[in-house]
Design a protein. Structure first.
Length: 240
């Protein structure tokens, strides 16, 4: 079974989480795009939903499929966001932002009652960090911000090359919000919470691609079929 088939199978399973009348956040990336295609088919059959896209690419795809769209200004609370991930661990901690939409993805996800991640099994990891961590930054003071990322990441136990993201044509990548992205090649992130906290101290950092305590469930497409992982946030505290 190819990764594309696994992505499609996860997207098909995710449709079961969608109910008529829902306000849905639409993610960005190859797996999210598969889900949006399927959702568009259901909308054509009469499914009543309204959606908030997390990128201009997603907006264009949804509009072409006739999916009703809105904004968080008009609908500030969503029922469900369905999005992909570049990495996901067993605690449903994620690295996102390979497509450059991490800021809007995190805004939409946190405005939602639930976040459902869809991915193929290659995205499941024991430890985050093999995928370079995207960090969205403002254009002013890029070198100073990069130095701060390097120093504070080292304090959090992470070291590695920090590269400014470029496009294939050799020009600098810009997010939909006009910002730049540093891709941090740390190799492994043993303490994501400490790194996330450290990055939030840096004024030039807009957001980072660590999604911690945000995902509620994950649908994973694999060679053996579909598996659904559920978060256990707060259960230990309640048990204690």
């Amino acid at each position: 079974m190819t990764p594309d088939i696994m992505k499609i199978s996860a997207a098909v399973r995710a449709l079961a989480f969608v109910e008529p009348g829902m306000r849905i956040g639409l993610g960005t990336g190859s797996t999210a795009a598969q889900f949006i295609n399927l959702l568009g088919q259901e909308v054509k059959k009469g499914l009543d939903v309204v959606c908030v896209p997390t990128s201009e690419v997603t907006r264009a795809q949804a509009l072409a499929l006739g999916i009703p769209l809105t904004t968080l200004d008009d609908v500030p609370f969503l029922d469900l966001t369905i999005d992909g991930a570049d990495e996901i661990d067993k605690e449903l901690r994620l690295i996102k932002g390979g497509g450059g939409a991490l800021l809007r993805e995190k805004i939409v996800a946190t405005a939602s009652d639930r976040m459902l991640v869809i991915a193929d099994e290659s995205k499941l990891v024991d430890t985050l960090g093999a995928f370079p961590l995207p960090v969205e930054v403002v254009l002013f003071g890029l070198n100073a911000t990069r130095n701060m990322i390097e120093m504070l990441a080292a304090d959090a136990g992470c070291q590695g090359e920090i590269r400014l993201r470029m496009k294939v044509d050799g020009t600098a990548f810009r997010t939909d919000s006009g910002n730049a992205i540093f891709d941090c090649h740390f190799g492994r992130i043993d303490d994501p919470e400490s790194l996330d906290e450290a990055l939030k101290f840096i004024p030039g950092v807009v957001e980072n691609g660590l999604f911690l305590g945000i995902a509620d469930a994950a649908v994973i497409g694999g060679r053996e079929g579909i598996s659904v992982l559920s978060a256990t946030y707060g259960e230990e505290a309640e048990a204690g």
